[in-house]
Design a protein around this ligand. Sequence first.
Ligand SMILES: *[C@@H]1O[C@H](CO)[C@@H](O)[C@H](O)[C@H]1NC(C)=O
Ligand SMILES: *[C@@H]1O[C@H](CO)[C@@H](O)[C@H](O)[C@H]1NC(C)=O
Length: 377
Amino acid sequence: MKGFTPFFSVILVALLASEHSATKLNVPRLRLSYKDLLSTNRSSIFSGHHGQLSLTAVFLDEYHDRLFLGGKDVLYSLTLGPVSTESKEIYWPPLPGNREDCVQRGKEPQTECANFVRLLQPYNRTHLLACGTGAFQPMCAFVYVGHRGEHVFTMDPTNVENGRGKVPHDPSLPFASTFSGGELYTGLTADFLGRDSVIFRSMGGRSTMRTETDQKLLHDPKFIAAHLIPDNDDRDNDKVYFFFTEKAMEAGDREGAIHTRVGRVCANDVGGQRVLVNKWSTFIKARLVCSVPGPHGIDTHFNQLEDVFLLRTKDERNPDVYAIFSTISNVFQGFAVCVYRMADIREAFNGPFAHKESPDYQWGAYEGRVPYPRPGV
Ligand SMILES: *[C@@H]1O[C@H](CO)[C@@H](O)[C@H](O)[C@H]1NC(C)=O
Ligand SMILES: *[C@@H]1O[C@H](CO)[C@@H](O)[C@H](O)[C@H]1NC(C)=O
């Protein structure tokens, strides 16, 4: 990377105030009960081919009009026709020997030592990329789904690839991914013990990229979502955003405090030449605040991110970001939806950097000279 700056790990903490978070009209515009749904005669029930369906991945493919599901040792394809639903199944167990290895290493045969499918992403017009935990030995394969209008669903089980860095080993650990330009971006723990929290880029022609192991970058993160969002028409400015929670460093000594973050990397980041080789040189993050003003000026904070939905608009640079939060307090249990404009998130990244003089100091705005090129671009 040209013009590498040693300030890569400067942490940006900016409050993303959301006008929308005020509780104005929190009544749903549309409410559908299960009974109502069934009575439209446009719903059908799928409970798997074996009477039970424990799903670990879902992908709605609007191009193929199909719903792809991933579970324990299984993949399903459902057609989404208006008349009837047709389903196909692929049995996809761990590679020979891996189930036994997993049990020998002390993992649970039923809940851990199977191939739990975690990733289903469209790869090209005819193939899906599927990855599963493979009994603690992650693996990936291409699934042939056919052209639009035909219902085929096959996989060559001998043609599987190592899925390390693409899905976690442990089916219970959080994970987020997005696939773009032939490259897979993931936020996950990438080792057997589930300790190596990392943002990865793999596949495609370029060398694999990851975050440095440094708790200032990622502190016990739980990844919820990842999305590529362009800045403008110049593809070189594309950024990949990660939504996650992590242990809050700026919360003083408060044990167990967590904050929600939005972090990002540049899609064209190729790492450093002498330092940060194959490591992100553009990673920065900001806090995502969702709070409701209360009496006596005390806000109720919803710190735990549960899910993120990107409502794409005509302007692909400016989707609305809908996020569901919960509280982590024992006193008050509640949920909230906060909406963020992409422009506000970008503005936070372009704003002042957070700075701490030494471990004993409070966080404050960095007022020194910001290096050029600016960290994170
Ligand atoms: C749904 O199907 C049932 C039984 O065939 C029928 O009685 C009912 O009117 C249908 N409902 C709608 C909304 O079409
Ligand atoms: C899609 O990718 C698969 C796996 O690499 C490949 O075999 C296939 O030819 C590709 N199809 C198209 C239409 O590019």
